[in-house]
Design a protein around this ligand. Structure first.
Ligand code: ADP
Length: 257
């Protein structure tokens, strides 16, 4: 630990210096604790699929299995490997975003065209699950943003709408202009988020219910990546939700977009 005791109580320059050293030490200790907790959680996330892979690989080697049993074990090994891959991809991307070399390249884009192409891209996944995906963007809105990063934000939020909603529900993408701002909302009719979880859902590795998240394959990294991608482009993201009714994520970009 960075244990610094600076017993200077005066209010002069020396006192101020002592105080800032003390608060720097507190900050470092806090960061160290956060880093350790993060590493512990990551190790746990890595261990779970590995345990499955090893366990089923051992069983699949048995000689008394029929072809059907063996192939179902191999399928589990395959799914768990993909899960590991996804986790590593997300971790790698997160690390990349923290580097000073990570920049955005903004350009003027037609929001309507961009949203239409995103809608087209994800529609099959919604149709497959017997869900509807509507796009409401009447005006031709011009915006200054990084199209690739914006698409990544939208794909993440739409993937969540898909994962956390049942069939026969509608998800709507809405874009609106107000003076000086453009907002984009993704509104689903899914399971919603409990009030007590809302303040934490943008935290790294936070999941509302670990078991429900495991079934749907999430690690709780998606929304923290989304928030960072929105903020790096000068935007803000907020959420409103009600349990069993649905969730609405809203991204707001300010300025002369
Ligand atoms: P995950 O990869 O687990 O989906 P995210 O960071 O994307 O992680 O989301 C964090 C948690 O927030 C999820 O585990 C889920 O419980 C909740 N969540 C996110 N989006 C929605 C949504 N549209 N509807 C209901 N719950 C959601």
């Amino acid at each position: 630990n960075f244990s610094v005791t600076v017993p200077v109580r005066s209010h002069d320059e020396l006192g101020e210096l002592a105080q800032s050293i003390q608060s720097l030490a507190n900050e470092l200790n806090y960061l160290k604790k956060e880093r350790n907790e993060f590493l512990a959680s990551i190790s746990h996330e890595l261990r779970t699929p590995l345990t499955y892979i090893k366990g089923y690989a051992d069983i699949a080697r048995r000689k008394d299995l029929d072809e059907f049993e063996r192939s179902s074990y191999v399928a589990i090994i395959h799914d768990e490997s993909q899960r590991l891959n996804r986790l590593l991809d997300e971790l790698f991307y997160m690390a990349k975003m923290d580097l000073p070399t990570f920049t955005v390249s903004k350009e003027t884009v037609r929001l309507t065209t961009l949203l239409q192409s995103i809608h087209e891209k994800v529609l099959p996944a919604f149709t497959n699950k017997r869900m509807q995906l509507h796009l409401e963007c009447t005006e031709d809105l011009l915006m200054n943003l990084d199209p690739a990063r914006f698409e990544q934000i939208m794909l993440n939020l739409l993937d969540n709408a898909l994962k956390y909603s049942n069939e026969n529900t509608v998800t709507t993408i809405k874009a609106n202009r107000a003076p000086g701002t453009i907002s984009i909302s993704i509104i689903d009719q899914g399971m919603g988020i409990p009030d007590e979880d809302i303040p934490h859902i943008f935290d790294r590795l936070y999941r509302v219910e670990k078991s429900r998240a495991r079934d749907t394959g999430g690690f709780g990294l998606g929304l923290s990546i989304v928030k960072q991608l929105v903020e790096i482009q000068g935007g803000t993201i907020s959420v409103t939700s009600s349990l069993d009714q649905g969730t609405c994520f809203t991204i707001i970009f300010k300025g002369d977009n």
